[in-house]
Design a protein around this ligand. Structure first.
Ligand code: NAI
Length: 343
């Protein structure tokens, strides 16, 4: 029996986490979910969308899965996500971009991962107004954070049998901050035996690319990438681009990993315009649960869900609206449970 924190979140968070719980239960893995509420619903009562009991629950259980939380644009409280990542030092954000046969998209066979530095960069939260005239956001890039994220990316590349590790930056313009990231990328890769020259090591190699060129190459030749590591904001943007290559935001999972804690969540937001209608695609949070099951060593259960997902997309009969079908969230998850049980 595992104790895991569950944060349903706002908007479609309620529907997709409910679907996820059902699907995980159908694998037979015993999980005691400790449900804690964060976000809009508790803001008034606690004066913050991230009350202390949420952090306490994750500290106790070490692992959490969370639905999306609404963050008002340009005003009000800071993002729950950014605060959680900083508070628990979840320094690595891992976003695998994988195609499924049967899901309509421009590409049919993609498999690459975006690894985003999760604690600093333009998300350090250091912002101020200069009167009515200007707003200033300070971008912080530090040696310890770069070392940690690049080492994580080196290990991830090797452990998952990928060949190419690409460091993404804008060091041509931000010569000091992104320049430091690039220097450390090269340094840490060298230390871990990942070289530019493929002859020195024929299993894994590295290169680096400016972020705007990366965006273009991801659209033109996404199949050429394996693992990409980058500062915070670039990872945020490019992973949405990645989602667009394999069927949209309803598909892409993520893991926020630190030394002690891990929080799994979908890449998408709370999608308020479709919330409460039972039409959201729960695949992203279900795939986040697959990452969580692998993290706790439940490979058999993870594998069952992955096979059921492959089957449901290949058959193409029970698909949510974002994928061109007309199934509801609960019809989709019920069908997944059925496929898991008959396998
Ligand atoms: P969003 O991801 O909620 O929606 C973007 C588009 O994708 C919308 O058209 C939406 O309907 C669609 N979509 C997203 N997830 C879907 C799913 N599972 N199934 C079907 N369609 C789906 O992004 P948006 O509109 O920019 O943000 C809404 C709110 O969510 C904002 O308050 C934002 O701050 C918050 N947000 C929270 C995140 C988190 O908690 N991890 C991540 C991103 C945004």
């Amino acid at each position: 029996m595992y104790n895991i924190t569950l944060i349903p979140g706002d908007g479609i968070g309620l529907e997709v986490t409910k679907a996820m719980k059902k699907v995980v239960a159908s694998t037979g893995v015993q999980i005691e979910w400790e449900e804690v509420v964060a976000g809009e619903k508790v803001l008034e009562k606690y004066g913050t969308p991230l009350p202390e009991y949420v952090i306490d629950s994750i500290r106790k259980n070490k692992i959490a899965i969370k639905g999306p939380v609404t963050t008002p644009v340009g005003k009000g409280f800071r993002s729950v996500n950014v605060a959680l990542r900083k508070e628990l030092n979840l320094y690595a954000n891992v976003r695998p971009i994988k195609s499924f046969k049967g899901v309509k998209s421009k590409y049919s066979d993609l498999d690459f991962t975006i690894i985003r530095e999760n604690t600093e960069g333009l998300y350090a939260g250091i912002e101020h107004k200069i009167g009515d005239y200007a707003g200033e956001t300070i971008k912080i890039i530090t040696r310890p954070a770069c070392e940690k994220i690049v080492k994580f990316a080196c290990d991830y590349t090797k452990n998952n049998s990928y060949k190419r590790l690409t460091g993404v930056h804008k060091a041509n313009i931000m010569k000091i901050s992104d320049g430091l990231f690039l220097d450390i990328f090269n340094e840490v890769c060298d230390k871990n035996g990942i070289y530019i020259d493929m002859d020195k090591n024929d299993s894994v190699y590295r290169d680096n690319m400016i972020v705007d060129a990366t965006a273009m190459n991801l659209v033109l030749n996404p199949e050429k990438f394996d693992v990409l590591v980058m500062p915070n904001l670039y990872g945020d943007i490019l992973s949405d681009l990645g989602a667009g290559l394999v069927g949209g935001l309803g598909m892409i999972p993520s893991a926020n990993i630190g030394q002690e804690y891990a929080v799994f969540e979908a890449v998408h937001g709370s999608a308020p315009e479709i919330a409460g209608k039972n039409i959201a695609n729960p695949t992203a949070i279900i795939q986040s649960a697959v990452m969580m099951l692998k993290y706790i060593g439940e490979y058999n259960a993870a594998n069952k869900i992955e096979l059921a997902l492959q089957k449901i997309f290949e058959e193409g009969k029970v698909l949510t609206r974002d994928l061109g079908g007309n199934a509801s969230t609960s019809e989709f998850s019920d069908e997944l449970c059925r496929l898991i049980k008959i396998n």
